[in-house]
Design a protein around this ligand. Structure first.
Ligand code: ASP
Length: 337
């Protein structure tokens, strides 16, 4: 039987058209590309249906609301399809991939996000290969997890990060190998792929105040004191190297004490593309340890943000959220012992 894939079109460059004010999401070129692909009668391509969002979004405008919408649309159609392809802008694709990996537990089929750097409306584009390969993977291959396909790479969604604003290979997963070799042939890296889950279970994210703070030399922590209210449920600190922060002026200490008093969960990730943040490795991370901050290990910031939303939405107490932040739940982290 011919495989069936559901395409969910949220917007992004892949379907954009040129307007007086620059590229904006559209339908015409994407529809004609899909018609052309469907009419090719290829035996390897699955048949597909299209779910189209209104309005179509530049992914800079994607919010929790759309994440929930995508997750619900997958859940509602789950039994009718062999896989799902989400067409999405590249700017926040890694965030959405991370969010879906936490919202959709127990996956038994592929959910693949893709998009392009050059739209179908341009004669030279990366849209065609990205879409056709994502469809092929979603329909015919056993990859029961949320992935991101782009520029010849199939990546675990919650390990992916956008590494280039203009190259056609725009994503990488520096701390985890690609899930497939996609060249003349497609070869899955079976050992790298998660085992199928026991059936889809959806957890919708709730609205929680979360912040990300990137450390830089000369940072004046008092600038950020006002964000440290009791409403802030979690903060991801992008620290230097292995999880280090400047400790010479003592002002970080005040900020961390305030976080502790307010019950704000502090997660430490590294600014480096590769490697792990481990609190306690260097003396300069001592303040973080004292404040009860959690090591984010080799998680991307995108995954750390999504995981905070997820764990806070599960209604766990603070200690449980902290403990689970440092555990591997969906293949998003490698714990260093
Ligand atoms: N601004 C676009 C978006 O994220 C960029 C892209 O799709 O490549 O929707």
């Amino acid at each position: 039987m011919k495989k069936r894939v559901c395409i969910i079109y949220t917007g992004g460059t892949i379907g954009m058209e040129k307007t007086e004010n620059g590229y904006a999401p559209g339908k015409v070129h994407l529809h004609s590309a899909l018609n052309e692909i469907a009419n090719m009668g290829s035996s390897t391509l699955p048949s597909f249906d299209l779910v189209e969002y209104d309005p179509l979004l530049d992914s800079s405008n994607i919010s929790l609301q759309e994440w929930i919408q995508i997750a619900r649309d997958i859940e509602g159609r789950y039994d009718h399809y062999d896989g799902f392809v989400i067409l999405h802008g590249t700017d926040t694709m890694a965030y959405t991939a991370s969010a879906l990996s936490f919202m959709l537990d127990g996956l038994t089929k592929p959910v693949i996000l893709t998009g392009s750097q050059i739209p179908f409306s341009e004669i030279r584009n990366d849209a065609r290969d990205n879409l056709i390969t994502a469809l092929t993977l979603a329909g015919n291959y056993s990859v029961p997890e949320v992935c991101l396909y782009f520029g010849g790479l199939l990546l675990r969604g919650n390990r992916a990060t956008k590494i280039s604003a203009d190259d056609l290979v725009s994503f990488d997963s520096p701390n985890y190998p690609p899930l497939a070799e996609v060249g003349v042939r497609i070869t899955l890296e079976d050992k790298m792929i998660r085992r199928p889950g026991s059936g889809l279970k959806l957890t919708e994210f709730g609205q929680h105040q979360i912040a990300v703070l990137k450390i830089f030399p000369g940072i004046q922590f008092e600038v950020f004191e006002n964000i440290m209210t009791e409403h802030l449920k979690g903060i991801v600190i992008e620290a230097f190297g292995a999880g280090n922060i400047p400790d010479s002026q003592g002002t970080m200490q005040k900020l961390l004490e305030r976080a502790k008093r307010n019950g704000t969960i502090v997660v430490v990730c590294t600014q480096c593309l590769k490697g792990s943040a481990i609190i306690g490795e260097y003396e300069v991370s001592e303040e973080l340890a004292k404040a009860g901050a959690v090591s984010g290990y080799d998680m991307t910031v995108e995954a750390a943000v999504a995981k905070l939303y997820y764990l806070l939405s599960m209604g766990y107490n603070i200690e449980t959220v902290k403990r689970l932040m440092a555990e591997n739940l969906r293949g998003e982290l490698t714990k260093v012992l």
